[in-house]
Design a protein around this ligand. Structure first.
Ligand SMILES: [Ca+2]
Ligand SMILES: [Ca+2]
Ligand SMILES: [Ca+2]
Length: 279
């Protein structure tokens, strides 16, 4: 098992093409996409992507729950940016530093779960609640069903540094992992919603700096089928939460007026939030 901290695809990636200032008291929304060929979209708000890396379980037991995750990087494997500016992953073989032969060709050149499961790990500069993803490929004419898994990691470890010691079996709720199984991303077999409509998830507003976005992984949960899951990622979107979203604004309803000391404390809290949301 090797750990490759040196091959983070981009050390600093700016986030967001559009930030939407929502009504007072609600969260600030952002989207990040690959519309620029170098990923350096205009930064908006205070959210940035600290690193973006490609992962697959290629240790010889591809696709099993005990296969360790390994960062995919270097010549001709790892994160791929295709001409339509959407992200794919080419997984290497277990025994070689070069990509598996079928990963050079469609549809395995995309993010997929045919052989190794593949994920892209987003590390944000602060905790965000991801709430939507969209893909740029395949298009509406495809017979692929494009199921996806998105995972939030809320544990204490630096996931970028520890991911290579983990398997799918380790990524349990008890270990800080929450997974979302998304069916038919980008298109609905019935034609509704229209192709390209982002798929939404995380109504419970789970926040994390670490988000894995990739092909459906049945070992992490859900009951979708694990075939025909190939995709090029075009967009992730989410929210910077505030106390309204978290349900912990002070004072809560029914609590008596704060004392002078309490007011002082609230002032400090206000200053902290003001600082956090300053643009
Ligand atoms: Ca692939
Ligand atoms: Ca594959
Ligand atoms: Ca599927």
């Amino acid at each position: 098992m090797e750990t490759k901290k040196t091959s983070i695809v981009k050390s600093v990636l700016a986030v967001s093409l559009a930030a939407i200032s929502s009504a007072a008291g609600a969260a600030t929304s952002f989207t990040w996409n690959t519309a620029d060929s170098n990923y350096t979209n205009t930064s908006l708000g205070s959210v940035t992507v600290s690193s973006l890396s490609a992962w697959a379980n290629t240790d010889g037991s591809d696709g099993t729950s005990s296969a360790l995750w390994e960062q995919q990087s270097g010549y001709n494997n790892g994160l791929q940016l295709y001409s339509a500016y959407d992200l794919g992953v080419k997984a290497k073989t277990a025994a070689s530093s070069t990509n598996a032969a079928n990963e050079d060709y469609s549809p395995n050149h995309a993010i997929d779960n045919d052989g190794a499961h593949e994920f892209i790990l987003f590390v944000f500069n602060q905790a965000v609640a991801l709430t939507e993803v969209a893909i740029g490929w395949p298009d509406a004419s495809s017979s692929l069903d494009t199921d996806m898994t998105v995972v939030a990691y809320t544990g204490a470890a630096d996931l970028l540094a520890t991911m290579g010691t983990l398997s799918s079996a380790n990524m349990t709720e008890a270990n800080g992992f929450t997974d979302f199984a998304l069916s038919n991303v980008g298109r609905d077999q019935s034609g509704s919603p229209a192709w390209g409509t982002p798929s939404t998830f995380n109504a419970g507003n789970i926040e994390s700096k670490y988000w894995l976005v990739g092909a459906y992984n049945s070992h992490l949960g859900g009951s979708l089928d694990s075939t025909k899951d190939y995709m090029k990622l075009a967009l992730v979107g989410g929210k910077l939460l505030d106390c309204t979203d978290r349900g912990n604004c002070t004072p809560p309803p029914g609590v008596p007026e704060p004392t002078t000391l309490g007011l002082f404390g609230l002032g400090l809290v206000g200053l902290r939030y003001a600082k956090r949301f300053r643009k």
